[in-house]
Design a protein around this ligand. Structure first.
Ligand code: PMV
Length: 320
């Protein structure tokens, strides 16, 4: 048997930054995200009694299986299986978009591996499993809007879908620096938690913001949604900047985009900036404003991608 699953990446409107349990990946705060349609990972898993170790290819190239083996061990334990697996992943993220792919990668792997191992996990349990690979993957199990409840244990820390919004949400991804090697979010996250004096304030504020975001989404209040989105990201990056040693993902061009977004808003265009563990900027806007947002960034003309809400993770194929 082989099973292939597809999961889409997601961008957090209210960020996750910092674990209070590194092993179980339990976050300090809840987070809220939008799953995107255009960026996804397809992963095929086949357990094989003849294998002596897991095998992993990414976009057709063999990779070290260490990380995914640790993840597959969790699946094997749940399924009471000792078999190793062939895992083949293909990332459908435009080349060098610099978008974190760990969210779609671990959500697709969680679904394909669990199904292939004979487990039929409820969405909540699939989200808990995906979380063990990468925190943000817990949210990519769901389409559209999702909230990851921070919880206080493996059982209570999971994501779930939020009600659909009638707002035509769009993300304009600005590739500020596609070539830059990503500084590992895992290490930096731990360093922010350990050394930034602003981190405790961020946790308190961000948990409040997650609740406010759920309300703003239910009220379809785009201005409030945008303000909360931009604040969560800006405050996360402020906490990172205040770490020891000081660090920032911002590049000169990152600030150029932030300023363009502020100018757009002053002109009445609904646009709000958010950033993750890299210099690229994602602009949250509404479908009718996409043209104005693009027009305001002429120097990034060939480095813009527009995405809308994407679907939940799903099994594409189960074959003998
Ligand atoms: O899931 P990770 O470990 O790649 O962390 C993701 C962290 C951010 O992308 C910066 C924020 C988020 O909530 O997705």
């Amino acid at each position: 048997m082989t099973t292939t699953a597809r999961a889409h990446t997601n961008i957090a409107l209210i960020k996750y930054w910092g674990k209070r349990d590194e092993k179980l990946i339990l976050p300090y705060t809840s987070s809220v995200s939008l799953t995107l349609d255009d960026f996804y990972t397809d992963t095929t898993v086949q357990f094989d009694p003849h294998l002596m170790a897991d095998q992993f290819t990414l976009n057709g190239r063999p990779q070290s299986p260490d990380k995914i083996s640790a993840f597959l061990d969790i699946v094997r334990a749940q399924a009471h299986s000792a078999q190793f697996a062939h895992v083949a992943s293909v990332n459908h993220v435009p080349t060098a978009a610099g978008l974190a792919s760990s969210a779609s990668a671990y959500a697709a792997l969680a679904l394909a591996a669990s199904r292939e191992a004979g487990l039929q996990l409820a969405p909540r349990d699939l989200s808990r499993l995906a979380r063990r690979g990468s925190g943000s993957a817990s949210r990519s199990v769901f389409g559209g809007l999702a909230i990851w409840h921070r919880g206080d244990s493996d059982l209570t820390s999971f994501a779930e879908a939020l009600p659909e919004t009638k707002l035509p949400l769009r993300m304009v991804v600005v590739m500020v620096d596609a070539g830059q090697k990503k500084v590992s979010s895992r290490r930096l996250m731990a360093n922010t938690v350990a050394t930034s004096p602003y981190y405790p304030a961020w946790v308190k504020d961000n948990e409040r913001a997650a609740g406010d975001m759920v309300k703003a989404l239910a009220a379809a209040d785009f201005t409030r949604i945008g303000e909360l989105t931009e604040q969560s990201s800006a405050r996360m990056h402020a906490a990172i900047f205040a770490s020891d040693p000081a660090f920032t993902y911002f590049q000169p061009a990152t600030l150029t985009v932030w300023h363009a977004v502020q100018t757009l808003r002053a002109q009445g265009v609904p646009a709000y900036a958010t950033m993750d563990a890299g210099p690229n900027v994602k602009i949250l806007t509404l479908a009718p404003a996409v043209a104005a947002v693009k027009a305001a960034l002429p120097e990034f003309k060939d480095r813009l991608l527009v995405a809308g809400p994407g679907r939940a993770a799903k099994v594409l194929e189960e074959a003998q």
